[in-house]
Design a protein around this ligand. Structure first.
Ligand code: HEC
Length: 115
């Protein structure tokens, strides 16, 4: 019986280690953040892969206008951090950490290259 316990303990330790590794990948973490950071999805304005998206069409004295979320696929990490830490007329302020922005940045880079 005792021998069986000593045999099982290392097995148990090994299996929990593997679980933390495969919990979620960096890609999934970035995707999760991008699609639902603080409740307002970046994808609503910048599209699924950061390619930009039309937010609204309207008319003013100059005629038909379109409000678009910009294409952020070629933004650098430094530009993304700067943009997310600034105030914008349309884009909400998120208060994300640099690590969170980096996770989203890497996700967008990977996703963009696959298209
Ligand atoms: C409500 C729409 C909206 C949402 C949601 C939104 N953005 Fe934006 N974002 C914009 C618009 C519009 C601009 C460009 C004009 C401006 O500066 O306000 C912009 C600019 C940016 C820029 C700067 C790119 C440039 O054109 O220089 C980055 C980077 C960016 N957004 C990333 C994000 C990320 C990442 C998220 C999610 C955490 C997000 N945005 C959520 C509308 C949005």
């Amino acid at each position: 019986m005792r021998i069986l316990v000593w045999f099982l303990i290392p097995l148990l330790l090994c299996s929990t280690e593997n679980e933390t590794e495969s919990f979620i990948t960096d890609y999934e973490y970035g995707e999760m953040l991008y699609s639902n950071p603080r409740g307002v999805s970046c994808a609503e304005c910048h599209g699924d892969s950061g390619q930009g998206k039309s937010i609204v069409h309207y008319q003013d004295i100059h005629g038909n206008q379109e409000l678009r979320g910009s294409d952020i696929r070629t933004s650098t990490l430094a530009q993304m951090i700067a943009a997310l830490n600034g105030y914008h007329e349309i884009m909400p302020r998120y208060y994300l950490t640099d690590d969170e922005v980096e996770a989203m940045y890497k996700y967008l880079q990977k996703k963009y290259k696959k298209i």
